[in-house]
Design a protein around this ligand. Structure first.
Ligand code: NAD
Length: 324
């Protein structure tokens, strides 16, 4: 980046956002980063512990228009990337209200602020889950959205709102839709960290249904590089898919974790499937690749790095096991 900019990264006390902050500080040392996060159960300042003196942090809700506006004015924010969201599908099935608030109203509030304060660029972080399940082939950015659960429906609504602000008011919006991420600092309710921790403790590993649901896994650092690429080079008003190109059945992923940790497959226990559980996600990322991005990590190596991180950082995940 050329001249010094202040980038507001919302939701960056969570998994991908905190990895993104680490990535950006390394890649663009001249950047000023302001993290704005409500610190829900999924937000954790420990995720930013080693860069705390290099960033500014404000605790706030993206649904709070006044707080968002004050923060933008006070810090002279130039650009916004929005990671803030409720993200756990199972929680959205038990209770959707917070998902509608943060994933829809929150996006609306940020779009209004982008408009009002002439923010130069607004990137909405979204998910391949908005496309729903696909049997054969892959989803393109032009594919219809067809979400299957309250989480993905709320994310789809946020995306559509963002697009509409570009079309209606010319707000400088970009959207990335990535596949399933894994890596350091992922809250242990999600598949990969959950399974690593259960395996480390030699506890049963609960796998939904028959374990045949396929996800396209993306190492979080590769997503961060993709987001940075789209943010710098993407065309305003456009959606960009970011997929890892690693389609694996959940059972295969769980078996790999057990193998890499030297634990027996007998720890696997099959549990009642999640309602509305999408069978397969698959993304075509040619449009993002055309901007010069591609994933740099092979799946098994990235899994080894991830496992090593959880083995070395029990101080980070142990206290989270008793949160809800
Ligand atoms: P996460 O649950 O780990 O973190 C979410 C963060 O947002 C937390 O720090 C939380 O405190 C904050 N937050 C929630 N509601 C807020 C609000 N109203 N105001 C301010 N902050 C709030 O999530 P994640 O896995 O890092 O996902 C980040 C983004 O990436 C989300 O938008 C998600 O939809 C998207 N995404 C995630 C994945 C994945 O595999 N994890 C894949 C594709 C897309």
């Amino acid at each position: 980046m050329g001249d010094r900019v202040t980038l507001m990264v919302t939701g960056a006390a969570g998994f991908i956002g905190s990895n993104f902050v680490h990535y950006m500080l390394k890649k663009h040392p001249g950047i000023d980063i302001l993290v704005y996060d409500k610190l829900t159960y999924a937000g954790n300042l420990d995720n930013l512990k080693d860069v705390r003196d290099k960033i500014k942090f404000i605790r706030g809700d993206i649904c709070d228009a006044r707080a968002v506006g004050e923060t933008i004015r006070q810090f002279g924010v130039d650009e916004i990337i929005n990671f803030a969201a409720e993200t756990h599908v199972d929680r959205s099935i038990s209770s959707a209200a917070d998902f509608l608030e943060s994933n829809i109203r929150g996006v609306y509030t940020l779009l209004e602020a982008t408009r009002q304060y002439d923010i130069r660029k607004f990137l909405q972080i979204s998910t391949d889950e908005v496309y729903g399940s696909i049997q054969n082939g892959s989803f393109y950015e032009t594919s219809n959205v067809n979400p299957s659960n309250p989480y993905s429906a709320a994310k789809a609504a946020g995306d559509l709102l963002a697009k509409s602000y570009h079309n209606t008011y010319g707000v400088p919006v970009l959207i990335t839709r990535s596949s399933n991420n894994f890596g350091p600092y992922q809250y242990p309710e999600k598949l990969i960290p959950l399974m690593i921790i259960k395996a480390l403790n030699s506890e049963p590993l609960p796998v939904y249904g028959t374990g045949m649901n396929v996800r396209d896994w993306l190492y979080v650092e590769d997503n961060c590089a993709g987001i940075d690429t789209v943010f710098r080079k993407g065309r305003l008003g456009e959606v960009y898919n970011i997929g890892g190109g690693n389609e694996k059945a959940n059972l295969e992923v769980v078996k790999l974790i057990l193998r890499q940790l030297g634990k027996p497959e007998s720890l696997i226990t099959f549990v009642k499937d999640r309602p509305g559980h999408d069978l397969r996600y698959s993304l075509n990322s040619d449009k993002t690749r055309a901007l010069g991005w591609k994933p740099a990590h092979a799946f098994e190596d990235a899994m080894r790095k991830t496992i090593e991180w959880y083995v070395k950082n029990e101080w980070w995940w142990r206290p989270l096991l008793s949160r809800n």
